[in-house]
Design a protein around this ligand. Structure first.
Ligand code: ADP
Length: 484
């Protein structure tokens, strides 16, 4: 089966959040199952920091836009440590910018036009490439317009739309006066599901038009049926219930691997480790304390967060609880909303036990996952969440709210407890969970068992990749029936 996987961000070429991790790792897992899968993304300046000289796959290709013709070139490389080809769509006016979606904390004003272009270019380059996929896998609203374009042009390939985040701010909503640049067919009755007198909603476009739909955990797939969680899209998810799957994300077990992680550099005092020999984790803790300017105290627990600083992530709860929890150290790595940046900056200047790095730093993220004891994700909602899975892999015990993928991956009770979980979205519930975690930390046997359980979890892609292959097959059958 041939699959084109389209994403606005792909690790390691450009990353804003978990979508990039998924786009950089799921195709590798699918390739292992024998799929001819290729990835396509825009050519941002950051691409050239990973591949200095990508080869040219297509010199020039006309890209029809609504009312004019634009053009692109296409570069090609392999995703590192894999045989998976990745194509980079070159259009300097749209993509030669520092940000993926906008400057820090903002959005580019022409995002609808640049992403409409990306979708059209993804289809236009297939002929000059001489390669036609059976399935195009669309990721989030950025790539959703491919689904109606395939239908309008009666192309044979099927489409699968994966919703990585359906929160109101992540639906790709644009006002009516600019919606023309999406170039969708207003005479198609389906268009009214996502284009109204108020504007266009591209998440709804993907949900309405793709042959099959997935979201990134079974619990989130159920949660978005509720209008309060799935605000603005739950009606469509209900209407298409037979076509929707909740498939849990995995993480790349080669990239996130404490026994070979190059970020755990001995020169800086870090060390590699695994579940059979966790000595290195102690060294990582001391090295992290030194790097972050914290007192080097092996017995003081470190609570860490590596996160976008966004309301979704439960940061108001973290703000309320941080000053209340004593005799711990905090390490925060994040960037985003200025109100949260200011809060953490102030706390760091007030307390010797709070260390904060504001910005995006992949290497430091690895070091925090390795050196911390507890990993905090008190999310308001969380479609899947990768941070908790990465933390588990590095023996850092997660404390999470029971929502979406966090509920599917972290268990406080049962046969194999691997973390601490709270239900109510309140500071009291979070504080109580943290206190349970700190109590466990103080008992070495309990803690050692928890860390072992954490490191023995398997959140690699193996199982979920199979589910995607099944979904691709179903999408092909759906498309075939629609064309008959
Ligand atoms: P989301 O996709 O909502 O941002 P996830 O938990 O699914 O949340 O994925 C977040 C990914 O982004 C993880 O790989 C995490 O390590 C990474 N990340 C988040 N913020 C930063 C940051 N400031 N620096 C480095 N990596 C970060």
């Amino acid at each position: 089966m041939k699959v084109l996987f389209v994403s606005a961000e792909v690790t390691p070429f450009a990353k804003v959040g978990g979508l990039a991790d998924v786009a950089g790792s799921l195709p590798k897992a699918l390739h292992h199952f024998g799929l001819d899968i290729r990835v396509l993304m825009p050519k941002y300046p950051s691409v050239l920091q990973v591949v200095e000289n990508p080869s040219r796959a297509v010199d020039a290709c006309a890209v029809p836009m609504p009312g004019w013709t634009s053009g692109c070139a296409l570069d090609e490389a392999l995703i590192p440590d894999s045989e998976v080809p990745i194509y980079f769509v070159e259009h300097n006016q749209y993509f030669w910018r520092e940000g993926v979606y906008g400057p820090p904390g903002g959005a580019y004003s022409d995002n609808l036009e640049r992403l409409s272009f990306l979708c059209r270019a993804a289809l236009a380059v297939l002929e000059p490439l001489g390669w036609q996929p059976d399935v195009i896998h669309l990721n989030d609203w950025h790539t959703a317009l491919i689904a109606p374009l395939v239908k309008q042009r009666r192309l044979p390939m099927a489409t699968v739309f994966t919703a990585h985040n359906l929160g109101g701010a992540y639906q790709g909503q644009f006002p009516r006066d600019v919606a023309w640049v999406a170039g969708v067919d207003e005479s198609d009755p389906c268009t009214s599901k996502y284009l109204t007198s108020e504007g266009i909603n591209l998440a709804r476009c993907g949900l309405a038009c793709a042959d099959k739909i997935s979201t990134v955990s079974p619990t989130y797939a159920r949660e978005v049926l509720d209008p309060v969680v799935g605000g603005g899209v739950s009606d469509l998810i209900r209407a298409r219930a037979d076509d929707v799957r909740g498939i849990l994300n995995g993480i790349d077990y080669d990239f996130w691997n404490p026994s070979i992680d190059e970020a755990l550099d001995e020169v800086d005092g870090y060390a590699k480790f695994d579940v059979a020999n966790k000595e290195g984790k102690k060294r990582c803790k001391a090295a992290l304390q030194a790097e972050m300017g914290l007192p080097i105290e092996p017995d003081t627990p470190i609570i860490a967060m590596v996160t976008r600083l966004d309301d979704q992530k439960g940061l108001d709860l973290a703000e309320a609880v941080l000053p209340r929890v004593q005799e711990v150290q905090w390490v925060i790595l994040g960037s985003g909303a200025l109100k949260y940046e200011a809060f953490f900056r102030d706390e760091a200047s007030r307390s010797a036990n709070v260390a904060v790095y504001l910005g995006f730093n992949e290497r430091l993220a690895h070091r925090i996952y390795a050196g911390a004891d507890l990993f905090l994700m008190p999310s308001r909602y969380e479609p899947c969440g990768l941070g908790q899975m990465i933390a588990l892999r590095y023996g850092t015990v997660p404390v999470v709210r029971a929502t979406g993928g966090l509920a599917d991956t972290v268990h406080e009770g049962g046969e194999c407890p691997n973390g601490f979980v709270f239900e109510d979205y309140t500071a009291e519930a979070l504080q109580a969970a943290l206190e349970r975690a700190l109590q466990a930390y103080r008992d070495p046997d309990t803690w050692a068992r928890l860390v072992d359980n954490a490191m023995n979890c398997d959140f690699s892609w193996r199982a979920s990749a199979r589910e995607y292959i099944q979904l691709y097959e179903e999408a092909r059958a759906h498309r075939k029936a629609a064309l008959q």
